[in-house]
Design a protein around this ligand. Structure first.
Ligand SMILES: Nc1ncnc2c1ncn2[C@@H]1O[C@H](COP(=O)(O)OP(=O)(O)O)[C@@H](O)[C@H]1O
Ligand SMILES: [Mg+2]
Length: 284
């Protein structure tokens, strides 16, 4: 298996003083689907930014596709060559779609990447058409991205990445703010991409999706270190770990392998529909 990302003792601090990552050592192999989980501020977004070579380690080493990535350049092949290789291989779906969208129509937005690649116009057209269909956003093609709903913006953002057909997908809190049906759709999309052999790294604190979209979960602690790096199922069934990582609170209970979120609002505790099911299907 080829190693996509290899971090060795990577630390990162903003403006040299705000710690965001501490001593991160991990490898991600081609075709893996990995969740990065942890509470607010634990360092998930910073870790994705390192993986996307948007920022560089303050200390330690980051290798992507077996090349050492540094601010000054890449070691084995020429800078520009590697940079464009890296950018075609790795796609990033930002948490905030507004930073990803800038064109005047959805069509132009999605065509932008392929046009940058100097593909023939027919190829660009057919790629955009395929992605519009796959994402079920054909009817939005002439809309201005900025007038779309949050869920529609998210779909367009994902489309702008998928149209480039990257091997590696990085997603930052992709399910945040989506309605339940769109969340389910996203989960199924990520499963499908995983089955197609994509390497997918998803930062999330949505415990409901991680077992469905990843077989491995890396838990970031509030001290910005990796707390645990294990199979998703065993992470989800470890209540003490989730509690101490601030991923559940003490009103969240474990029933067998399931974490149940008890809704205490309006005195309707333990109501059938107030349960968050995690890990597997469970019928009451
Ligand atoms: N641009 C920034 N400038 C300064 N500090 C930042 C910046 N971005 C994040 N941080 C800090 O770095 C830490 C990790 O943040 P982040 O990676 O965004 O965590 P997460 O995505 O897990 O919520 C936090 O303490 C956060 O306040
Ligand atoms: Mg974040």
């Amino acid at each position: 298996m080829a190693t996509i990302f290899d971090l060795r003792d990577v630390s990162y601090s903003y403006v040299g003083k705000i710690d965001a990552l501490k001593d991160i050592t991990l490898k991600i192999e081609r075709g893996e689907q990995v969740s990065i989980i942890g509470s607010n501020g634990s360092g998930k977004s910073t870790l994705l930014a390192i993986l996307d070579a948007l920022i560089y380690p303050s200390s330690g080493e980051f290798y992507a596709f077996e090349n050492l990535i540094t601010e000054d350049g890449f070691d084995s092949i020429s800078d520009n060559e590697f940079r464009s290789y890296f950018r075609t291989k790795v796609g990033f779906v930002f948490q905030n779609s507004d930073v990803q969208l800038f064109s005047s129509t959805v069509y132009e937005e999605i065509a932008f990447g392929p046009l940058q690649l100097d593909l023939p116009p027919e190829e660009v057209k057919s790629r955009v058409k395929d992605v519009l269909e796959m994402m079920e956003i054909g009817k939005l093609r002439d809309r201005s991205p900025h007038t779309l709903s949050g869920g529609e913006k998210k779909k367009v953002s994902i489309a702008t990445v998928l149209v480039n057909n990257p091997d590696v997908l990085l997603l930052d809190e992709p399910s945040a703010g989506l309605d339940p049906r769109t969340q389910l759709w996203l989960m199924e999309l990520l499963q499908e991409l995983g089955r197609a052999g994509k390497t997918i790294v998803t930062a999330t604190h949505d415990l409901e999706i991680i077992d469905h979209i990843s077989n491995r979960s890396i838990v970031m602690g509030e001290d910005h270190r990796i707390k645990i790096d294990r199979d998703s199922k065993s992470v989800l069934s470890d209540y003490e770990l989730l509690l101490s990582s601030n991923l559940v609170h003490e009103h969240t209970h474990l029933h067998g392998k399931l974490v149940h979120e008890h809704m205490h609002a309006h005195g309707q505790a333990h109501q059938a529909h107030g349960h968050a099911h995690i890990g597997e299907q469970h019928n009451h």
